[in-house]
Design a protein around this ligand. Structure first.
Ligand code: AMP
Length: 222
């Protein structure tokens, strides 16, 4: 399966990607995670990306496309991948098509996780991520058993620096202006599937796998 997950920040793309990765044994390719790793390692690329990320703006297409090209050429992406947070604008989507064509890896589906805008702010301000294993919690809707500690591995839970209210507003605006047009882009390619991202994680996952397995058989529901 070669999947793009579309959806606003906070729609649950990361959570669903981790479940998809385990079920289909394909890697999650998150440009946000790759960029955060570069920032924390203080690589040259990370230093270039940091200001845009802190402001809730997009990092340059050139940086992100370079990262994607390199990541998709790794062996573990040969049997499929989940793109999470990429593409983020039309220029990236238009650059991805020839890259996948060159690799002989056409997309199975672009799946939109649709969450109403009012819920997104609570999801984002409440989000905490385990520093050690990446497990995601929400202090309002899915708190850990022990405050500040991961249920899975006991690691420290951190709030992302761009999950504060002032930056979140910018990220949601950027999503509407630059990423939402991709819904029509993949709709026109005939590979768009949609589900609501409201409800329990397991129920959303069941809907998503149903849609993706249909899409893999050539049956797209939009
Ligand atoms: P995310 O974890 O996907 O919410 O991404 C966090 C931040 O990383 C975004 O607000 C952007 O600053 C940057 N970023 C992630 N993916 C991309 C992308 N495909 N294009 C440009 N910037 C990105």
């Amino acid at each position: 399966m070669r999947i793009i997950l579309l959806g606003a920040p906070g729609s649950g793309k990361g959570t669903q990607s981790k479940l998809l990765m385990a079920k289909y044994q394909i890697p999650q390719v998150s440009t946000g995670d790759l960029l955060r790793a570069a920032v924390s390692e203080q690589t040259e690329l990370g230093l270039k990306a940091k200001a845009a990320m802190d402001a809730g703006q997009l990092v340059s297409d050139e940086i992100v496309l370079g990262m994607i090209r390199e990541r998709l050429s790794k062996d573990d992406a040969r049997n499929g991948f989940i793109l999470d947070g990429f593409p983020r604008n039309l220029a990236q989507a238009e650059a991805l098509d020839p890259l996948l064509k060159e690799m002989g890896q056409p997309l199975t589906a672009a799946l939109l996780i649709d969450v109403d805008k009012a819920s997104l702010m609570q999801r984002l301000t409440g989000r905490r991520t385990c520093k050690s294993c990446g497990q995601v919690y929400n202090v309002y809707t899915h708190p850990p058993h022990t405050e500040g500690r991961c249920d899975e591995c006991g690691g420290e839970l951190l709030q992302r620096s761009d999950d504060h209210e002032d930056t979140i507003g910018n990220r949601l605006q950027v999503y509407e202006a630059q990423t939402e047009p991709l819904i029509a882009f993949y709709g026109a390619q005939g590979i768009l599937c949609k589900t609501t991202g409201d409800g329990e994680v397991e129920d959303i996952f069941a809907r998503i796998t149903g849609l993706l397995e249909d899409a893999a058989r050539g049956n797209i529901h939009d």
